[in-house]
Design a protein around this ligand. Structure first.
Ligand code: KG4
Ligand code: ZN
Length: 348
């Protein structure tokens, strides 16, 4: 029945979660609005905000979970990848806490944790939790494939056991979230533009502007060509009509979103054919996209896949996923030495 206190600080969210025996008791996140005015995350400002946030966030997570520090069995933290200054705040805090409590340390890979968010137990029907014997939602069976789509990564991961997974496809340039955010920027929308493209796409026609689908061999992705074609597309239309974006925003957003989704799901389909795996998961912030969720479930029905998407709060950066990864590492006794250090890029 290990109690794990987990810290996530890889980018611009300071987060802490507590889990007992793999059940999430609390999941607290402090965002950082300061970056909005700069159109992207400013690393130095993120580190400073983490320093301010980390103690209150850990305190709130313990209180919400009704757990005292002496009950904690191990400290999990995001070791990599991420912004080095941000990671260092979380890792130094985690190491200090583990040292002072004389308990083990669990270094977690952020991208593996995104995948493991799919293994967080949750009620089958949120909002209808009965007073006793709450049924849990079905979970993917091993092996499963996970399409992890975030602001920094786009990967297809083959997961054979909680701690046995490998990347079988990834982006060669921009991540899917970047494709959304950079497209949004070209349209004059504020950062992060992904959710805004999602919103404006509602009611737009996804076939109105057929952006090209890159022909990348194997299971890898590329999004930089799409960004360039959107740039040229907008430049030529704006030259003819300066009001082009304003007049056509829903159709442009729906068409961009449609192309990003088709690039993602075509590769995922190929991965199922190559591996024979039928259990498929989504992870990462972009899995909040309503078009992607719908298309993923539809593709599942069409191709006979078992499809899983974690609840929104476990898709975007959070510490619950670090806690569940820490839980499995604890069970496997995969403890980290105190000499462990954060790393911006790390082997998986
Ligand atoms: O996983 P995440 O929270 O942070 C990273 O580790 O990057 O993902 C953030 C990314 C951003 O690019 C954001 O624009 C995108 O997820 N995103 C969305 C939506 N919600 C978040 N993209 C498209 N549609 C959404 N609804
Ligand atoms: Zn992430």
């Amino acid at each position: 029945m290990p109690v794990i206190l987990a810290i996530e600080s890889s980018c611009d969210e300071t987060a802490c979660a507590i889990c007992r025996d793999g059940q999430i008791l609390s999941n607290i996140i402090a965002g950082q609005a300061i970056h909005e005015q700069y159109g992207g995350v400013v690393p130095e400002l993120a580190s400073r905000a983490h320093l301010q946030n980390i103690v209150p966030v850990v305190d709130a997570a313990l209180k919400k979970a009704a757990v005292g520090l002496p009950e904690v069995d191990a400290i999990a933290f995001t070791e990599s990848p991420g912004l080095i200054g941000s990671l260092l705040v979380g890792s130094q805090f985690a190491k200090s806490l583990a040292l002072s409590l004389n308990i083990p340390l669990l270094a977690v890979h952020h991208m593996q944790a995104h995948v493991l968010a799919n293994l967080i137990p949750r009620p089958a029907d949120p909002g209808k939790g009965g007073s006793q014997g709450v049924a849990t939602a079905p979970m993917p069976s091993f092996p499963f494939l996970c399409l992890t789509v975030s602001g920094g990564h786009t990967q297809i991961v083959l997961c054979e056991a909680p701690l046995v997974m490998r990347v079988i496809g990834e982006t060669l340039d921009d991540a899917a979230g970047e494709a959304f955010d950079k497209s949004a920027k070209l349209l004059g929308l504020p950062y992060p533009g992904g959710p805004l493209i999602d919103r404006h796409a509602q009611g737009g026609s996804p076939d109105r502007f057929p952006f090209p689908e890159p022909q990348i061999p194997g299971l890898n992705f590329s999004f930089s060509g799409l960004k360039t074609s959107i740039l040229y597309f907008l430049q030529s239309h704006l030259a003819a009509d300066p009001e082009f974006i304003r007049k056509n925003l829903p159709d442009i957003c729906a068409s961009i979103q449609h192309r990003i989704i088709s690039i993602l799901l075509n590769k995922l389909h190929r991965a199922t054919r190559e591996t024979g795996v039928r259990d498929l998961c989504l992870a990462g912030g972009v899995s909040a996209n309503s078009g992607l969720r719908k298309a993923f479930y539809e593709a599942g029905r069409r191709h006979g896949w078992n499809t899983f998407i974690p609840p929104f709060e476990y898709c975007t950066d959070n510490a619950a996923m670090i806690a569940i990864a820490g839980h499995y590492k604890y069970l496997a006794r995969e403890f980290s030495p105190m000499t462990v250090s954060a790393s911006a890029r790390a082997q998986w």
